[in-house]
Design a protein. Sequence first.
Length: 153
Amino acid sequence: MFPFIFTLLILLDQTSKYFFEHFLMSSKIHIIGDFLILSFVRNTGIAFSFPIEGIILKVLTIALIIGISVYYFRYEQYKNLPITKWAYVFIFSGAISNGLERVFVGSVTDFIGVKYFAIFNFADIFISVGTFLLFLIYFKHERKQNWDFSKTK
C-alpha cells in the first residue's frame, strides 16, 4: 500500500508541475482574490527560496534525502505506528519529487501562492503534512513515554 501511495504522490506532484509549466506559464489565476493565486515560478533555491544554487544545492538535496532515509530505516521503521509510516511516505514523496527536479533541472516548479507567505507546490505540501504528523507522533507518543515520571519507583 505504501509504495503505491508514494508513487501516486510523486506522479501527482510531477504532473501538476508539468501542467503549470506547459499550459499556465504566463498566466495568474486568482483563487481567493490576491490571497491565494496559481502562478508559475521557478525556484532556484532551497526551502522558501533560500538562495543556495549550483552544485552545492544538488549535493545538499541528495545529502538531505539520504539523511532522512538513514534516520527512518535506522530508528523509525521498526516502530509499530502506522501514522509514522504515513508521515514518512509524505515526506519521502515530496523530497524525492522536488529532489529530482533540483538535481536534474536545477530548479523546482512552484505554482501555489499565498499572500505574505510563500509560493510552493504539492511536494512542499506533502513534506509539511508528513512533518506535522511526526510532530503529532512526538507529542502524543514519544514525549509522553519519555516524560512520564509517574511510572518511576
